[in-house]
Design a protein around this ligand. Structure first.
Ligand SMILES: C[S@@+](CC[C@H](N)C(=O)[O-])C[C@H]1O[C@@H](n2cnc3c(N)ncnc32)[C@H](O)[C@@H]1O
Length: 486
């Protein structure tokens, strides 16, 4: 595929879905295009481009390979509290007729709208179903199918209190956790492209719109267009909730920014409580591109959005959300954007270990090995037990073709955290050719640990996003292959 072909596809995908692929992420677009061209009898780029233009189903298939569907139950529970304890009661007090209409825009595999339904059931009991209509939309048809199917794996519950899983899900061997019919009945899933010139007719009259962790993938003009579309789809008192780490970066002059009980959201209604200036400062977003800081009467010069003095992001939840946003960017392979956010966060906490580890990981991905290793060493100097730092040093050594050093680092990681399956797996790979019996033992241990912890990050605070099924398969196969040679 030529650079010209790629540029054409990039533009088509951007125009029709809003998804963008900066240099670093081009490889994911290329990979997805290759997969789809193969699925279409090995079509050439020019023929596949024509197919995409005229065939919506094919476009859906491609988009499904490009979207980032990361989500989980009870993500940002404070925002669920805001919904249940402030926004809904307010609307009811204003005499808004039932049912109230809630939209989850960019709902992915359904964890967000189902969490809303569960939180409502918890608060209002069986009446909840009559109080609200919950509509959930996404551009990714595969994600929507999974959402309707409503079977979830262990990892989707990492933010949800276990008692709620007990109450609303039943375990089906081999299929994961099946959601209760009561909750499923409360949510309607439909196709939604937020970039469409006009949203489908059912997307109207919303009281509350959740639009969380979607805007992060779009540039500012696209985000503004989407906000206009959502504005038009909402009632006059409507409220818009974004992920807490992305809210302030989305104060684009379309909605009014509101703060209630430390939570920020947007409202169509200008009479809602305005945020206090100090609160806005504390929650300065992890984005450098904001054109106009909120609530400052006189616009500041172009670069004044970078605070002169460090701003401490004090609230622990807020810091965690900022780090999660960085992880999201890394998972999306938007390394330049991730580094930009890290640089901003560093102003506030220059030696935060978690941030340094994430930075080291991005540097590793961008092949800046010396810097990646230096940061990991810094963390290790302060915390001898940082398995993440050991893993990073192992990766650096491995990528720089220094297997002995890599073996040393991964070994230390396995001693420090015996349940860290990625450490066993990488150690197995490195030992495979020289110490077959030991390699087999490492693969076996990795398999064993994978059984109880199939987390693609291996339980580490790094977004490793490892292909668990492939690794399981490889471990099984390679342990026997190695055994055959011994
Ligand atoms: C990271 S998930 C967020 C899921 C959920 N809102 C949450 O916060 O957990 C982002 C979702 O946005 C969807 N998305 C991306 N572009 C979209 C578009 N143009 N219209 C509708 N949905 C889109 C993706 O398919 C993906 O499922």
């Amino acid at each position: 595929m030529t650079a010209h072909d790629l540029a054409l596809f990039k533009e088509l995908v951007r125009q029709r879905s809003g998804l963008q692929f900066e240099a670093m992420a081009e490889s994911s677009l290329m990979l997805a295009l290759k997969k789809r061209m193969m699925a279409n009898q090995g079509e050439l780029p020019s023929a596949y481009y024509v197919r995409l233009l005229g065939n919506e189903n094919e476009f859906d298939e491609l988009v499904s390979l490009l979207t980032i569907n990361e989500t989980y139950f009870y993500r940002e529970p404070k925002q669920l509290d805001l919904l249940i304890n402030q926004l809904l009661p307010d609307l009811l007090a204003k005499g808004r007729g039932l049912p109230l209409r809630i939209l989850s825009a960019g709902c992915s595999t359904g964890e967000e709208p189902y969490s809303i339904a569960i939180a409502l059931l918890e608060k209002f009991g069986e009446n909840a179903g009559k109080m609200v209509t919950i509509i959930a939309g996404d551009i990714d048809q595969h994600a929507l199918r999974r959402a309707r199917h409503a079977h979830f794996h262990e990892y989707a519950f990492r933010g949800m209190p276990p008692a709620l899983r007990e109450r609303y899900f039943s375990y089906v061997p081999g299929q994961g956790y099946q959601l209760d019919a009561r909750v499923r009945g409360m949510v309607e899933f439909h196709s939604l492209n937020l970039l469409a010139t006009r949203l489908p007719a059912r997307y109207v009259d919303f009281d509350i719109v959740f639009f969380r962790n979607v805007s992060i993938y779009f540039d500012a003009p696209t985000r503004r267009n989407i906000q206009h579309a959502l504005y038009a789809a909402m009632r006059d008192t409507g409220c818009l909730v974004l992920g807490s780490a992305e809210t302030l970066a989305n104060d684009l002059g379309v909605f009014h920014l509101v703060e209630e009980g430390g939570q920020f959201y947007f409202s169509k209604d200008e009479n809602r409580p305005k945020p206090a200036l100090h609160a806005v400062k504390l929650a300065v977003p992890p984005v450098l591109k904001k054109a106009k800081p909120p609530l400052v009467a006189t616009p500041l010069p172009a670069k004044a959005h970078v605070p002169a003095a460090p701003v401490r992001l004090t609230a622990p939840g807020e810091w965690a959300e900022n780090l999660e946003a960085v992880r999201g960017l890394i998972r999306a392979k938007q390394h330049a954007a991730a580094l930009e956010r890290i640089a901003f966060l560093r102003l506030s906490a220059p030696t935060d270990a978690e941030l340094q580890l994430l930075e080291s990981y991005v540097l590793l991905q961008t092949r800046r090995f010396a810097e990646a290793a230096a940061l990991a060493q810094q963390v290790l100097a302060r915390d001898n037990w940082s398995v993440e730092a050991m893993m990073l040093l192992g990766f650096v050594a491995k990528w720089q073709d220094d297997p002995n050093a890599a073996i040393g680092h991964f070994k230390t990681a396995t001693y420090t955290r015996p349940d860290c399956w990625p450490a066993h797996y990488y150690l197995g790979r490195l030992l495979q050719d020289t110490e077959a019996a030991k390699a087999r033992r490492e693969y076996r241990t990795a398999l064993l640990q994978l059984e109880s912890n199939p987390d693609p990050d291996g339980g580490l605070r790094l977004p490793l996003d490892l292909p668990v099924a492939d690794i399981r398969f490889l471990c099984e196969r390679r342990s026997s292959a190695v055994a055959g040679r011994t």
